[in-house]
Design a protein around this ligand. Structure first.
Ligand code: NAD
Length: 461
């Protein structure tokens, strides 16, 4: 790791401001890598997961990577331009600008749930901003991690982009390296450790963490339409999505109807007999047991539990799409990020109670609002906090290349994607240039009438 880092640092020192052509060439090589190895990645990921449909990998990982590449390529020239900034009256003659300077070597720590999106997503922004990158994939997907290492070595020199594989010990050592910036995507618990390790070097961080992302269903919205979108957002990747709807807040008298509508959607997504092929397995026996136990805890405490069991036959550690009505707030499902295909429905009596429920909990990564009443939507937006929001849909905000993507507080620090990613991985260097007249001449001793006048002028209100 140290060798890769010092090689990249030396290469960066020799090319501190890569041209647009150099950066575009690096982005093009990502596109070629995806075109050449996309199919192999689909297969490797499916084997590592136990089962994941190649359509899911293509639609949720490969296609968004290509979309981000197209967006970045077409806007990069404009993003790289220095930006004129104003100068206040007393400094009238000064010419101010911001130049976006590459940071150097950026470390990228990747989780297992979207191993391509969360490798290449940050990498695109990091390379567009003119940096070099070292990547540590998750040890939970060994075949995918090996393919990442080989394919990146095929398209990039090690002093441009390098992959380091290994276990948690390697990840720990990786997070202690003196990078110029470190991007960590993963759980809030590990995020704390990574931040502590980075603090020793004062390495600036982007933390993309998890959390419990609520859906607020309001009574004016059609149940069937919302149910389809909620089931989609929840069941993609079997719920192992950082921005998956974690729980649904719904009017008490609609709870049962919504539960049945979501279950019926799950059944139509994964029909009996043929649905297994499209349904994803949980990764690892530990996640499986945790999910099964969490549902059992609710069942034992008397909650109504609805599930679509016919997807259970097939490869991997499968948990059926499951809906739990009105679980106790102290149960595991309501305490931890669920990260599986189980969806609690929580009743509310009025919208203020739903808002209070959200605000009593740590700030989530995403918020979903289903409402046709703009005043209600505005109220929910104004009175809650979350990383991002999709209104009348789920997951869609992550695919918008011109929106910043990131969490807030315990769900993350710093946002990236598109222009916001370019800026995140650049140093915004403010440059003030003295031209005809240097205003500091007015403030130089010995102090007399001019200094007194300047003081009065600058203290004006
Ligand atoms: P994780 O936190 O267990 O692991 C993430 C990465 O950290 C892995 O590469 C692992 O090797 C590494 N790691 C483990 N222990 C470490 C340590 N002590 N020091 C440094 N690195 C260490 O997360 P996961 O289980 O792979 O992913 C699931 C979590 O990621 C969920 O909480 C999910 O919400 C979150 N997530 C967030 C986003 C986002 O964009 N905000 C996206 C995907 C996943």
């Amino acid at each position: 790791m140290e060798r890769f880092l010092s090689g990249q640092q030396a290469a960066f020192a020799a090319e501190r401001y890569p041209t647009l052509q150099v950066r575009r060439d690096r982005l093009d090589r990502i596109a070629k890598l995806i075109e050449k190895h996309g199919q192999a990645f689909c297969e490797a990921i499916s084997r590592d997961f136990g089962q994941r449909s190649p359509h899911e990998t293509s639609l949720l990982e490969l296609a968004p990577i290509m979309a981000a590449l197209r967006h970045t390529r077409s806007h990069l020239r404009r993003w790289m331009r220095p930006e004129r900034r104003g100068s206040s009256l007393e400094f009238l003659q000064m010419k101010n600008r911001v130049e976006y300077q590459p940071l150097g070597v950026v470390g990228i720590l990747v989780p297992w749930n979207y191993p391509l999106m969360l490798t290449f997503g940050p990498l695109i922004d990091v390379l567009a901003a003119g940096n070099r990158a070292m990547i540590k994939p998750s040890e939970l997907l060994p075949e995918t991690a090996d393919l990442l290492e080989q394919s990146i070595a095929e398209f990039f020199k090690a002093d441009e982009v390098a992959v380091v594989n290994g276990g948690v010990d390697v990840a720990e050592a990786f997070s202690s390296l003196p990078f110029d910036h470190l991007v960590f995507t993963g759980s809030t618990a590990v995020g704390r450790k990574v931040m502590a390790a980075a603090a020793r070097n004062l390495t600036p961080l982007t933390l993309e963490l998890g959390g419990k992302s609520p859906v607020v269903f309001t009574p004016d919205y059609p149940i069937e339409t919302a149910a389809r979108d909620i089931a989609f957002g929840k069941l993609m990747n079997a719920g192992q999505t950082c921005i998956a709807p974690d729980y649904v807040l719904a009017p008490r008298d609609r709870l049962r109807d919504i539960a049945e509508a979501i279950l019926s959607q799950a059944k139509s997504f994964y029909p009996v007999g043929s649905g297994q092929a499209d349904y994803t397995s949980l990764v690892g026996a530990r996640n499986f047991t945790r999910m099964v136990d969490a549902v059992e805890e609710c069942r034992v405490s008397g909650c109504t539990v609805l599930s679509h069991e016919s997807v259970l036959a097939g490869n991997g550690h499968r948990v059926a799409p499951t809906i739990v009505l009105d679980p106790p707030v102290g149960c595991l499902l309501m305490q931890e990020e669920i990260f599986g295909p189980v969806l609690p429905l929580v009743p509310y009596d009025d919208i203020d109670a739903a808002i209070a429920f959200i605000n009593e909990r740590p700030r989530p990564l995403a918020l979903y609002i289903f409402s046709k009443q703009s005043s209600l939507t505005r109220k929910l937006l104004a009175q809650t906090h979350s990383g991002n929001v999709t209104i009348n849909g789920t997951l869609l905000h992550i695919a918008q290349n011109d929106l910043p993507f990131g969490g807030i507080g315990p769900s993350g620090i710093g946002a990236y994607h598109g222009k916001d990613g370019f800026r995140r991985f650049s140093h915004a260097r403010g440059i003030a240039e003295v031209r005809l007249f240097n205003p500091s001449r007015l403030a130089m001793p010995p102090y007399g009438k001019l200094a007194a006048w300047l003081q009065r002028f600058m203290m004006r209100n």
